[in-house]
Design a protein around this ligand. Structure first.
Ligand code: ZN
Ligand code: ZN
Ligand code: ZN
Length: 494
């Protein structure tokens, strides 16, 4: 195992002992030029009190996470930088403090093609997660400098949001009516939630809930109260008086008559609270339109785009810890994120629910017209993990491509396919009786011999043909239930 440790010297007091270092560099550029293989990085020479050093450390992590080689590498600080520690893998000075975790990361990195996975930011982030221990999750971090309130530290750097933010005017505190931001900035939180929506990440605990501007999706908001009638923010709290004689309600100042309180409408002098008058709850009076109101209207004024929204119109965002899914891991292993691990192209493949509906409809047809038969194939692929481990990633990917292509050659344009679980696929064959389905099943099953790599690892495909008996036709939608029963019987083939 190759556990090289490099020091990045930021100029302050050096804490890491030179004996266990494999190199020391004064800049990230120098480190990147000298090394084409990822290693453990110790950021040393830190002075947390010095703003320039804090900035340099931030920039260094940013540059490393954006580099082709070190984007997923273990990065440690030799001294705590307070809140900034979460942007790295931790704090440590000795080999013992750093190696247990860092060597695991390096070990996982060595099994991947880091260069292949550097092609896009999605893959880089997933690779970063993949290389960390099981159960590692991206956690949202509240950042006052972020217009989105929360950022996900690793994603913040890997996706280049840190660079973007540093250049953005927000960090100079510039909030302007005249020059509201028009650039469609993006946040790391938006990015990771889109990866979660695509199934690459999964929620692992709710952390917080925030409200964002529905127009520009940022979260720096001034909640301002205003007159519900005219919207003006200039109103004041008024003591109100309610005359019992004529029921007139007005501000106390309107009743003042020297030392007395006198109703401006009926001219009765009000002496005793409770019998002559009382003070109702109404408490505000608009200085612009004169409207009286109990509760001012609260609007959220977006400091980024300066548009005002009713609080109920604000966008609600839930912030979760996010962990990598099996689908995310597979993307990392294959070095491909846009290709679903799927045997079928999207022309044939449908969502399971639609697949069940079509099967139920065909069942009705079969019940009505005796010559309308159809059958279903269930394909289960076993042994993929073993191939992956033994034959290596590149070969594994070739194998999947090859298999997919050959199965597609056997599937007709009128056939419909779906995937109901990891490594489980269904094909619906219209106008095909059980006998015809079984012939196709055995053809597909034989494909595993043709595509299995010679190196001892082989994949097995179990293909079974089912048909639904016309007797079920009277019992409503049955396909979903029956198919999952069939799937369970297929589990036994393992
Ligand atoms: Zn009155
Ligand atoms: Zn008003
Ligand atoms: Zn806005």
């Amino acid at each position: 195992m190759n556990n090289k440790i490099y020091r990045l010297n930021l100029g302050g007091e050096l804490l890491a002992h030179p004996d266990f270092l494999d190199g020391s560099y004064n800049s990230v550029n120098a480190m990147l030029e000298a090394n084409k293989v990822p290693a453990i990085v110790l950021i040393d020479g830190l002075t947390p009190e010095d703003d320039n050093v804090v900035k340099a450390m931030f920039n260094a992590v940013c540059q490393l996470r954006r580099s082709e080689i070190f984007y997923a590498a273990p990065i440690y600080l030799t001294k705590s930088m307070g809140k900034l520690d979460v942007f790295t893998d931790g704090v440590g000075i000795t080999k013992e403090e750093v190696l247990p975790n860092a060597s695991k990361i390096i070990f996982r990195m060595e099994k991947l093609s880091m260069a292949t996975n550097a092609v896009n930011d999605d893959l880089r982030l997933l690779t970063f997660l993949y290389c960390r221990e099981d159960g590692y999750a991206l956690s949202p971090l509240a950042l006052t400098v972020s217009p989105w309130i929360y950022e996900y530290p690793a994603a913040f750097f890997i996706g280049g949001f840190a660079e973007q933010s540093m250049q953005s005017a927000y960090h100079f505190g510039l909030v302007s009516d005249k020059y509201p931001s028009k650039t469609p900035l993006q946040s790391s939180a938006e990015w990771v939630s889109s990866l979660a929506a695509q199934g690459f990440l999964v929620e692992a605990g709710l952390v917080d809930r925030i409200r964002l501007c529905p127009h520009c999706h940022t979260g720096s908001m001034n909640y301002i109260d205003s007159c519900p009638a005219c919207g003006n923010i200039d109103f004041s709290k008024k003591k109100m008086i309610h005359c019992f004689t004529c029921a007139h309600v007005a501000a106390e100042e309107d009743f003042r008559n020297g030392m007395l309180l006198m109703c401006p409408r009926c001219n009765v002098t009000l002496r005793h609270i409770g019998s002559d008058y009382d003070r109702p709850v109404e408490a505000y009076s608009c200085n612009s339109c004169g409207e009286r109101f109990i509760e001012p209207e609260v609007k959220a004024d977006c400091l980024n785009c300066r548009r005002k929204s009713a609080t109920e119109d604000l966008e609600v965002r839930q912030l979760y810890n996010l962990a990598i899914t099996a689908k995310g891991k597979r993307a990392v292993q294959l070095g491909v994120i846009d290709v679903e691990f799927s045997l079928f192209d999207s022309n044939h493949n449908v969502l399971p629910l639609y697949f069940y509906q079509v099967a139920d409809w065909l069942l009705q047809m079969k019940n009505r017209y005796s010559d309308e038969d159809f059958s279903l194939l269930c394909i289960k692929i076993v042994g993929l993990e073993a191939v992956e481990n033994r034959a290596g990633m590149a070969q594994f990917k070739n194998l999947i491509d090859e298999l997919g292509q050959r199965i597609r050659e056997l599937v007709r344009v009128t056939d419909i396919t779906t995937s109901t679980g990891e490594n489980t696929f269904w094909v619906l064959l219209p106008r095909t009786p059980q006998v015809g389905g079984e012939i196709l099943a055995s053809r597909i099953e034989k494909l595993s011999d043709m595509v299995s790599p010679e190196a001892g690892a082989r994949i097995n495909m179990y293909v079974k043909c089912f048909s639904i008996s016309a007797e079920y036709a009277g019992s409503g939608p049955v396909a979903q239930g029956l198919l999952s029963e069939y799937e369970d019987t297929m589990l036994d083939v393992r």
